[in-house]
Design a protein around this ligand. Sequence first.
Ligand SMILES: Cc1cc2nc3c(=O)[nH]c(=O)nc-3n(C[C@H](O)[C@H](O)[C@H](O)COP(=O)(O)OP(=O)(O)OC[C@H]3O[C@@H](n4cnc5c(N)ncnc54)[C@H](O)[C@@H]3O)c2cc1C
Ligand code: FES
Length: 297
Amino acid sequence: MAPVASFRVTLQPSGHAFTTDGNDSVLQAALDAGLTLPYGCRNGACGACKGKVIDGLVDHGLAQDQALSTADRASGLALFCCAKPLSDLVLGCREVGTAKDIPVKIMPCRVQKIERVADDVIVLSLKLPANERLQFLAGQYIEFLLKDGKRRAFSIANAPHDDGFLQLHVRRIAGGEFTRHVFESMKEKDILRFQGPYGSFFLREESTKPMILLAGGTGFAPIKALVEHAIHNHITRPMEIYWGARNRAGLYLPELPSGWASAYDLGRGAAGWSIARYWRTTPTFPRIRSMPAGRRP
Ligand SMILES: Cc1cc2nc3c(=O)[nH]c(=O)nc-3n(C[C@H](O)[C@H](O)[C@H](O)COP(=O)(O)OP(=O)(O)OC[C@H]3O[C@@H](n4cnc5c(N)ncnc54)[C@H](O)[C@@H]3O)c2cc1C
Ligand code: FES
C-alpha cells in the first residue's frame, strides 16, 4: 500500500500551522484544523479565498479564470478553496478573526424541510445554491428580505462546518406576518432571499474562560450553533447551558443537549469538558451560580 502523504501548511503572518494528506483543498484542511480562512463560493469562482503561495507547490484544481487569472498564477496566487498541496506550504493569507472580516451577502435559498417541533416552533432547513456558500461565524444571524422591503431576523442554528445549508428555529409570533407565512403557507421548495451574516454573538476562540450560555425559547438556535462549533473544533472550555421556555414543549429539541453532554463526557472527559444542563419550564431563568468544572447537576 502506498504511504499516505503528509504536508505541513504554515499560514503567514499568523504562524498557525496544520498538516494535511493533500486530498482536501487547503481551505477545507484549514477549516478542519479549526482555522477560519475567508471564502465565498467554495467553487473557484468568486476569488474570496485568494491568497499567496509564499513557498511550495499547489495543484490549482478547478480554479476558474475569472477568479484566478494567468497573471495571478504567475505571481504565486492561488484559490485556497480549490488548491491542493503538492508539498509543504507557506501561505500568505488573512484569517477571519472577527465578524467584520466576513462579507455580508444577499443570497437566494430554497426551503428544503419544514419540521414542526412544537405548536409554535418550526425548524426550517434552507438549501443554498449549489455553487455558493455563506461564510458565517457560529451564533450569527441572517435577515430575510421580504417583497415589501421589510426584513425579518433569524439566528443560524447550525455550525459553519455544515455550510451547504442553513437551519433556523422559527417561533410563531401572534399577529406576525412573516411567521404566519412560515406556519400556514410556506412550502418545501419555496425560494426566499436573505442578507447576512450579521451579529457579534460568536465564540471568542482565543479565550480559555468557562462559558455560560443562556437561551430563552428559540434563542436556543444560536447557542446550538455555538456548541456544535465548539464540539467540532475540540474546544475544551467548560460550558453551562441554561435553556428556559414557557412550557416543557418549548424545549423543542430535548434530546440534543443530553447528546452533547454525553459526547463531551465520553470524548473529552479526561481533557476537562464540563457541560451542565439545566431545564426550566418556568418563564424565568434560575439564578446563575458558580459550579466547579466537571460537576453535573
Ligand atoms: C438578531 C435577531 C435574531 C433573531 N433570531 C430569532 C430566531 O432564531 N428565532 C425566532 O423565532 N425569532 C428570532 N428573532 C425574532 C424574529 O426576528 C421575530 O420574531 C420575527 O421577525 C417576527 O416576524 P413577524 O413578521 O412574524 O412578526 P412582526 O410582523 O414583525 O411582528 C408582529 C408583532 O409581534 C411583535 N413581535 C415581533 N417579534 C417578536 C418577538 N420575538 N417576541 C415578541 N413579540 C414580537 C411585534 O412588535 C409586532 O407587534 C430574532 C430577532 C433578532 C433581532
Ligand atoms: S473562489 Fe470562491 S471561495 Fe474560493
